[in-house]
Design a protein around this ligand. Structure first.
Ligand code: NAD
Length: 413
């Protein structure tokens, strides 16, 4: 199943609950604009290389569109379209005044030098600068991009349009970025894991956690959960699974990540080393947090999953058929559009600060993040109970209802 078909399936289940007519569904689902561009750079060896870049602007009924920029070999139009649509429901479910968009380039950034990535980013901005802007569409970081890429993006865009740092979020903190943006997605995942387990009547010390992916999201979620007294028994990255039934020393793993090339966990000791995909099937895990890539839990491996709770740190980690099988087994899934919304929430705070030429303290960012995420969580929890639906369907129902209402007020046509 393709990524867009999967997100559309989840949309459909919620739209059925809301009894939305077919014409309105189509208006809500169809992206506003899809742009595909050629991005050509000169490599360091003097040869030209061509890449394909995308920006999909899904919906702007609720405000300017917001969504990350991904540099990854799997980036294609279908994936970007799916992620853009997820952003529409995500910004709506946490009630940010934004619509949804996403962009990316089909490239493995690990094969490029820093100078080549800078040239790639500037060439991409040359192609799309007219359709992005602080009141139109505001990109941010995603897989394979970071604060440096955001700084190059901003600099190139300002060459055309003049000073305006709110054109992009996830910038370096000293260059109009927000304190707490880097940790925000993982922190939000941690905060909501805590809230969900409290609702389920489980104490942190009784819930063994496994985290797939130890990049930005996975590492910050691990840090927060470790500080909140959750035993983290396994973490993984592309080099394998690092497993210790009595609980891993997360501070030591975070230190190892900082000190090793590309932040990889290879060589970490004081634990068992298993293959990367072994993490999903560990039998002593109550809470599983997929925080790596999309589509990792599917029809073929869903029977291995033993966890009772899944918190989706990554975007679209569970395919719809697996989602149904897990729900039938009573597994509680906190969906991506709520669980990993901490990043876009603090991106919104960054945009607000840039527009006001004002800086918030880290404490204020964390407080407002907790407030926004908690309110969204309570709303989703109550909607799920009221309607007897899953947390995913409840989150989509809230998001869709808000976007539909904005469309009706504006006049859809
Ligand atoms: P990242 O590139 O920093 O980290 C990805 C991690 O996953 C790395 O540790 C990598 O080694 C690991 N990994 C990749 N494939 C794996 C596999 N098959 N098994 C185990 N580990 C594997 O990316 P990130 O920014 O942490 O994003 C992770 C996910 O979260 C993505 O789906 C992204 O779209 C989503 N997300 C990120 C943010 C954000 O603010 N960074 C916000 C919302 C959603």
């Amino acid at each position: 199943m393709k990524a867009f078909e999967a997100t559309t399936r989840y949309f459909g289940v919620a739209a059925d609950q809301l009894e939305i007519d077919a014409d309105i569904r189509e208006a809500l689902l169809m992206p506003n604009r899809e742009m595909q561009v050629q991005v050509t750079i000169e490599r360091d060896n003097g040869k030209l290389e061509n890449f394909i870049g995308f920006r999909v602007q899904h919906d702007d009924y609720r405000g300017p569109m917001k969504g990350g920029l991904r540099y990854h070999p799997n980036v294609d139009l279908d994936e970007v379209r799916a992620l853009a649509s997820l952003m529409t429901w995500k910004t709506a479910v946490v009630n940010l005044p934004f619509g949804g968009a996403k962009g990316g380039i089909g490239v493995d950034p690990r094969t490029l030098s820093a100078r080549e990535i800078e040239r790639l980013t500037r060439a991409f901005v040359d192609q799309i600068h007219e359709i992005v802007g602080p009141d139109k569409d505001i990109p941010g970081p995603d897989m394979g991009t970071d604060h440096r890429v955001m700084a190059w993006f901003r600099n190139q865009w300002e060459k055309y349009h003049g000073f305006n740092p709110s054109v992009i979020t996830g910038k370096p903190v000293e260059e109009y970025g927000a304190k707490g943006r880097e940790e925000a997605t993982g922190r939000g995942v941690g905060l909501l894991t805590h809230k969900l387990l409290k609702r389920l009547g489980t104490k942190p010390s009784e819930a063994n956690v496994a985290i797939q992916g130890f990049g930005n999201v996975g590492a910050h979620a691990a840090k927060f959960l470790d500080e909140s007294q959750f035993p983290i028994v396994a973490v993984s990255d592309i080099t394998g699974t690092y497993y210790r039934p009595a609980g891993l020393n997360i501070r030591a793993i975070l230190k190892h990540k900082l000190e090793h090339p590309q932040g990889l966990l290879e060589g970490f000791e004081d634990c068992e080393k298993l293959p990367a995909d072994a993490l999903l099937g560990l039998s002593d895990v109550q809470v599983l947090i997929p925080a790596a890539v999309g589509g990792v839990i599917h029809e073929e491996n869903v029977d291995q999953i033993k966890a009772k709770v899944i918190v989706e740190g990554a975007n679209a980690p569970v395919y719809p058929i697996a989602d149904q099988i897990l729900s039938d087994r009573g597994v509680i899934i906190l969906p991506d559009i709520l669980a990993n919304a901490g990043g876009v929430t603090v991106s919104y705070f960054e945009w607000v600060q840039n527009r006001q030429h004002y800086r918030w303290t880290l404490d204020r960012v964390r407080q407002e993040l907790e407030h926004t995420m908690s309110e969204a969580f309570e709303n989703v929890w109550q909607t799920a109970n009221q309607h007897g639906v899953s947390l995913r369907t409840a989150a989509y129902m809230i998001g869709i209802r808000r976007v539909q209402r904005a469309g009706e007020l504006a006049g859809f046509a």
